[in-house]
Design a binder for this molecule. Structure first.
Ligand SMILES: [Zn+2]
Length: 114
């Protein structure tokens, strides 16, 4: 699919170009960043999914940290989903410390038993 300059009618090589190379007129790029279509926004996770992610994050903090970081930075996500993502990120961060602590206690007990 090629685009044409609305002023001189010559074909535009690149859909992102802002100036017609033949006549020099400014042409609007056809696929410039569109305003956010709110129908496209990612819905927040439903309660069950969110709880599942939290539980998963408690056992494998990296899951929550990655999931949280990806969803927090995505502009396509609704405000609520980004809040959920931030929550996962925080839980993931806290879980890293908790898991490290339990691992420490586990090895301490293990060393006492030896
Ligand atoms: Zn032109």
């Amino acid at each position: 699919m090629s685009n044409f300059c609305p002023y001189c009618g010559s074909a535009l090589a690149n859909p992102n170009q802002v100036i017609c190379l033949k006549c020099g007129c400014a042409v609007a790029p056809t696929n410039r960043a569109r305003p956010i279509n709110y129908a496209d926004l990612q819905e927040p996770w439903n309660g069950g999914t969110f709880v599942l992610f939290i539980v998963l994050t408690l056992f494998v903090p990296l899951v929550g940290i990655i999931l949280g970081a990806i969803n927090l930075s995505s502009a396509k996500n609704s405000e609520k989903r980004r809040t959920q993502a931030l929550t996962l990120l925080i839980i993931g961060g806290v879980a890293v410390f908790i898991n490290t602590f339990f691992l420490f206690v586990f090895f301490l007990i293990l060393s006492q038993m030896a």
